[in-house]
Design a protein around this ligand. Structure first.
Ligand code: GCO
Ligand code: MN
Ligand code: MN
Length: 386
């Protein structure tokens, strides 16, 4: 019942199950797996697809012949396992050339190189069948605002995205771009730090219809925000093009924990939102195993992400079918037909009628809403005692 199903489009990045457990204080604890090994690992655990940065597959200094050979063996592994590549992205953060950003760097040569690298990575993604292209501005930020003009940085970022939208159209790639916000790390501050900021920025682009968002649980949580609300806003705007699922304890470094590892309740409401709204895109796990794990632990991690999602999807169905919960919700949302003529779209008559209406303000203030009971029912449902 909780086995991963293809309809859920569970994906992992090459960089997620391939994470070697390095951190700023410690060396790798696991052997680096080749892309082909990762494809087989993901197929074994039941994933639907695999995503990548250009350099997860092709080292930054590979020759064209080496590139073609790597792509050939990778494609053969995809064909053998049936895994798909729905999303691709660019590594614009590891190389020292990007130490002060890529598209927002003060150095025109860095900006031009970032565009060139992204076009080549878009070629690679398109060759592998990707239809979503993610932009995570890992180093597009600053430690000191003396170093870069933040308005200029936005102009540069906009110019780059406009250029790349045109490139995608010119090549007939049909990509949809998904912008991923993060408040900080690896920069002291990253520009456009939240999903809401990204949504505002998208409206200023030449092709806003091509561009949506890729919210990540950990990143909104790092900013102390409610991730479910950020995703709801993206869905409402028709902009949830992709999603990075993982988990995070607020007020920490970017933990990228296994989905469902930390905040069960938020994970539940997130899955319920995605399922109720019939989100049809990939459910991508941008997470990695604890540094304590060996290769068996990495498999436990990957299976755990998908299994937890399936369990929470079942819990969401249970919530929607629970008579007591649904009764409470129906009472809370009971229509009041006598108010219908006073609400809805503006008309002068409606406004006049509403201004003339008398409300029992005290009764409105005195009514208990029953949220304690409702929330306790959610707790009991999640704990398996309902
Ligand atoms: C992070 C980011 C990255 C990006 C990925 C795509 O954990 O800080 O989520 O993992 O999603 O690199 O560019
Ligand atoms: Mn992250
Ligand atoms: Mn991410």
């Amino acid at each position: 019942m909780y086995e991963p199903q293809p309809a859920y489009k569970f994906t992992f990045g090459l960089w997620t199950v391939g994470n070697v457990g390095r951190d700023p204080f410690g060396e790798p604890v696991r052997r680096a797996l080749s892309p082909v090994e990762i494809v087989h690992l993901l197929a074994d655990v039941g994933a639907w697809g695999v995503n990548l940065h250009d350099n997860d597959l092709v080292p930054i200094d590979a020759s064209p012949a080496e590139r073609d050979q790597l792509v050939r063996t990778f494609k053969a592994a995809l064909a053998e396992t049936g895994l798909v590549v729905p999303m691709a992205t660019t590594n614009l953060f590891s190389d020292p050339a990007f130490k002060d950003g890529a598209f927002t760097s003060n150095d025109p040569a860095v900006r031009a190189y970032a565009l060139q690298k992204t076009m080549r990575a878009m070629d690679l993604g398109a060759e592998l069948g990707a239809t979503t292209y993610v932009f995570w501005g890992g180093r597009e930020g600053a430690e000191s605002d003396a170093s870069k003009d933040p308005v200029e940085a936005l102009k540069r970022f906009r110019e780059a995205l406009n250029f790349l939208c045109d490139y995608s159209n010119d090549q007939g790639y049909g990509y949809r771009f998904a912008l991923e916000a993060k408040p900080n790390e690896p920069r002291g501050d990253i520009y456009l730090p939240t999903t809401g900021a990204m949504l505002g920025f998208i409206a200023t682009l030449d092709h806003p219809e091509m561009v949506g968002v890729n919210p990540e649980v950990a990143h909104e949580t790092m900013a102390g925000l409610n991730f479910v609300h950020a995703v709801a806003q993206a869905l409402d705007a028709g902009k949830l093009f992709h999603i990075d699922l993982n988990d995070q304890n607020s007020g920490r470094y970017d933990q990228d924990f296994r989905f469902g590892a930390h905040n069960y309740k938020q994970s539940f409401f997130l899955v319920k939102l995605l399922e109720d709204q019939q989100y049809a895109g990939p459910r991508h796990f941008d997470a990695h195993a604890y540094r304590s794990e060996d290769s068996a632990g990495v498999r436990d991690f990957a299976r755990g992400c998908m299994r937890s999602y399936m369990i929470l999807a079942a819990k969401a169905r249970q919530f929607n079918a629970d008579p007591e919960i649904q009764q409470l919700l129906a009472e809370l949302n009971a229509p009041q037909p006598e108010l219908t003529p006073l609400q809805g779209r503006y008309s002068r008559e409606r406004a006049q009628a509403l201004k003339a209406h008398t409300f029992d303000r005290q009764a409105l203030g005195q009514r208990g809403l029953g949220y304690e009971r409702l929330d306790q029912l959610v707790f009991e449902l999640l704990m398996g005692v309902r």
